[in-house]
Write a protein that binds this ligand. Structure first.
Ligand code: PSU
Ligand code: MN
Length: 303
């Protein structure tokens, strides 16, 4: 851990903000390398950084470039990463591998949380976290993002479990592991592309400052771990749940038929949904990430 700092390149603007206690929002990069196609991925990443600045916070996109753990990318670095072929998808299991081997990689929610905590960043915005996949009772496919939320003290702002996941099982695993799920201004857990799901909100808060206060209280009690904030996609951008369900089962059937497994499942389903919905799922995905970035900046300012 003492040496971790030597492996990181903290962008000077980010380092200064952290030191001064000004609001900083971490951003992941698997969404850039594996979650969206070029050039939409870079356009989204640039826009999200701009939104965080608009809200008075400093964005810190986290990624691994040639074996260096980057906390905050220059525009040039971001653009190159967005076009890198063969970038790894890095989680807790393989983050150190990429650093040891000098590789390039996008950091998942889990790896981004680890890096953010090392750097001293409390809040992180993304689109969707990984969770318990549908059919996990046979595949055992549960994202490493869930145990990470239980051990690393970072607030993750998402749009709720993606409807490609089993939302109820995802909430159960979070509860078992002592991870608070806070629905923002909603009595139900939002389902990524849709504002509604049948799942009641485990906890609800309506003010960004209240979320910061809750996290600070958990820290004070030394409870460990982070929390998941579920922020519903804006109404004008949502795809209603019943409409989305048909597209998802089609994508899932294709994944099973093609025997897609392991790390490839999430990127495959996202790419296939983009095709099936004729780009609509991507437009919604971009809108919800922007919405989450805005809320994350407000939470970061609430400390
Ligand atoms: N959800 C998205 N886009 C993404 C991901 C999730 O809408 O790009 C990425 C995130 O980086 C998340 C990872 O941490 O997928 C989860 O992958 P897995 O299910 O393999 O753990
Ligand atoms: Mn998985």
């Amino acid at each position: 851990m003492a040496q971790a700092k030597a492996l990181m390149d903290i962008h000077p603007e980010v380092a200064e903000a952290i030191k001064a206690g000004r609001p900083v929002v971490a951003l992941e990069s698997t969404i850039i390398t594996h979650g969206m196609p070029w050039p939409e991925n870079d356009a989204m990443a640039g826009k999200v950084e701009a939104i965080i600045r608009e809200e008075g916070a400093v964005p810190a996109t986290i990624a691994v470039i040639k074996g260096r753990l980057k906390i905050g990318l220059s525009e040039q670095e971001r653009k190159e990463l967005a076009q890198t072929k063969g970038a790894m998808k890095l989680s807790r299991a393989d983050l150190a591998f990429a650093l040891a081997e000098g590789r390039d990689g996008g950091t998942t929610v889990a790896a981004t949380m680890i890096a953010a905590a090392w750097a001293g960043i409390k809040v992180f915005a993304t689109g969707g976290i990984g969770g318990v996949h549908k059919g996990a009772e046979t595949s055992f496919d549960i994202s490493a993002d869930l145990p990470e939320l239980a051990r690393t003290p970072v607030i993750v702002v998402s749009a709720g479990p993606k409807a490609i996941l089993d939302g109820a099982k995802t909430l159960e695993v979070l509860e078992t592991n002592g991870v608070p799920v806070v629905c923002y201004q909603s009595d139900v857990v939002p389902a990524f592309w849709s504002r509604q799901s049948p799942l009641p909100a485990p906890l609800r808060l309506d003010e960004p400052q209240a979320i910061a206060r809750f996290h600070a209280m958990r820290q004070e009690l030394e409870l460990g771990g982070g929390m998941l904030v579920a922020n519903p996609v804006p109404e004008k951008d949502e795809i209603p749940a019943d409409e989305m369900a048909g597209f998802i089962s089609q994508a899932q059937d294709d994944a099973v038929r093609l025997k897609i497994s392991g790390k490839e499942v999430t990127p495959y389903l996202l790419g296939r949904l983009l095709e099936i919905t004729g780009g609509r799922s991507l437009a919604t995905n971009i809108a919800l990430v922007e919405n989450n970035a805005r809320l994350a900046a407000k939470i970061a300012a609430g400390f």
